[in-house]
Design a protein around this ligand. Structure first.
Ligand SMILES: [Zn+2]
Length: 138
């Protein structure tokens, strides 16, 4: 699917903008909105490590701050110094952050050197926390 390949390419481009002087692990994320826009994010590290933000949340928060609330898919690319080796899974915090706006069937594309692996948010993060009535982690 062209849109998914475009999302993959955007995640790789975002990965190369990572600010990762401490880990040298570059991550990029590209989030497609239902309105057809793509928001990208990269990991941004800090000398006070806990101030670091992941690529996925950087993209999600940029999109929400721009008025977006509905999303189609996310692609995530990562590797040491931007070299794609295997897949880069989103961390637990980012998985939780995505559940605020995305349903369990939401596609998560894990970029590989050759293409991508497609998963769903529910598959990657079952039983997520929510305090919203009627919304479950299953
Ligand atoms: Zn994360």
């Amino acid at each position: 699917m062209t849109a998914k390949n475009e999302l993959r390419d955007a995640a790789i481009a975002a990965m190369m903008r990572a600010y990762a002087p401490y880990s040298d692990f570059f991550v990029g994320a590209a989030l497609l909105t239902k309105s057809g826009r793509i928001y990208t994010g990269c990991n941004i590290e800090n000398s006070s490590y806990s101030a670091t933000c992941c690529a996925e949340r950087t993209a999600l928060f940029a999109a929400v701050a721009s008025g977006e609330r509905e999303f189609e898919a996310i692609a995530i690319a990562g590797g040491h110094h931007g070299k794609l080796e295997g897949v880069c899974n989103p961390c637990g915090v980012c998985r939780q952050a995505l559940t605020e706006f995305c349903e369990p069937a939401f596609p998560v594309l894990l970029v590989t050197a050759e293409g991508y692996e497609e998963h769903t948010l529910g598959e990657l993060f079952p039983g997520f926390f929510t305090n919203l009535n009627g919304k479950t982690g299953q």
